[in-house]
Design a protein around this ligand. Structure first.
Ligand SMILES: C[S@@+](CC[C@H](N)C(=O)[O-])C[C@H]1O[C@@H](n2cnc3c(N)ncnc32)[C@H](O)[C@@H]1O
Length: 288
């Protein structure tokens, strides 16, 4: 192995190593042997989480694999699209990681699924690379959609079929195009825009065969074939109309207050819109 030299600080040796470890989608048995070894050898485990008062999901996955020797450094990255705000959190995390690397520590940043796919790890890694020539090793993990396809016992793609991965549906037309041009489509991070997804899938006759996978591999995870419909007043073309629940109560003929559609259906939809660890697999061909 080559010994890295800190080019900015003369010939000072840099012994710390930064690892990105994919821990798989939720089932601790899906972590790779390499990931398991690196976690065991690490001095510090960096655990990303979205809320300061809640343990990160990746940490909950590997908790049972850690012993008391590793220090856990919890790093908060709020769920926001505000790039400026995120930069502040990334920079704060990077400062903490760099000070550990300068002390020669082995630092493992855990990430749910695979580290190269929509992971905070990649933003942090970019900044670590900019900061200096620290050795870095990224260890892949089982991506969530692979774990979900496995849980459903279906192929993600066969023969010469194409597979598209689409995050956060913001516009309907690109989604329609993907569903028309790819035999298989994985829709990730769809929770908040779920009504828009349902609208397009229903239009294309794909709603009832889509597979909804929630918290795959975690104790409360589930799979479901077919997606619940959305109330008709969500079916506008403007996403701002369909992106939020309209729970305006109506006075029914019986004189009781009721919601615009069946309460049970709305309750289910409300849950889905908060179900951030979920994805949808759409296959145009039948999967038996
Ligand atoms: C920030 S991305 C992280 C993706 C992750 N790096 C991967 O390889 O799958 C989070 C999205 O991944 C999907 N996801 C992650 N874990 C999941 C799970 N256990 N079950 C279902 N979907 C999951 C969801 O679509 C979620 O919104």
């Amino acid at each position: 192995m080559t010994v890295p030299i800190d080019l900015r600080g003369g010939n000072k040796l840099v012994k710390g190593v930064f690892y990105g470890v994919g821990v798989g989608a939720g089932d601790p048995e899906l972590i790779t042997l390499k990931g398991y070894r690196v976690l065991g050898e690490a001095d510090v485990i960096c655990s990303p989480k979205s809320k300061a008062d809640k343990e990160g999901v990746a940490l909950s996955v590997v908790r049972s694999l850690l012993d008391t020797k590793q220090k856990v450094l919890e790093l908060t990255f709020p769920m926001t699209n505000d790039k400026g705000e995120l930069e502040l959190y990334w920079d704060k995390a990077v400062r903490q990681i760099l000070s550990l690397l300068k002390e020669g520590k082995k630092v493992a940043f855990i990430t749910l699924g695979d580290p190269s796919l929509y992971s905070t790890y990649t933003y942090v890694l970019k900044k670590i690379k900019q900061a200096g020539p620290y050795p870095v090793e990224t260890i892949p993990g089982v991506a969530s959609f692979c774990a979900c396809a496995a849980a459903a016992n279906i192929p993600l793609a066969e023969g010469d079929e194409k597979l598209a991965i689409i995050p956060v549906v913001k516009e309907l037309d690109p989604l329609r195009l993907a569903l028309q041009n790819f035999e298989n489509v994985v829709l990730m991070k769809t929770a908040s825009n779920y009504p828009a997804v349902v609208k397009v899938l229903a239009e294309l006759g794909l709603k009832d065969q889509a597979i909804y996978a929630s918290r795959c591999g975690l104790p409360d995870g589930f799979l479901k074939t077919g997606l619940p419909a959305c109330p008709s007043d969500w079916q506008g073309d403007n996403l701002s109309n369909v992106g939020a629940l309209n729970l305006t109560p109506l006075l029914s003929l019986t004189g009781r207050l009721t919601l615009p559609e069946e309460t049970e259906e709305l309750e289910e939809l409300k849950k889905i819109q908060k179900d951030y660890l979920s994805l949808i697999i759409v296959k145009r061909s039948s999967y038996g």
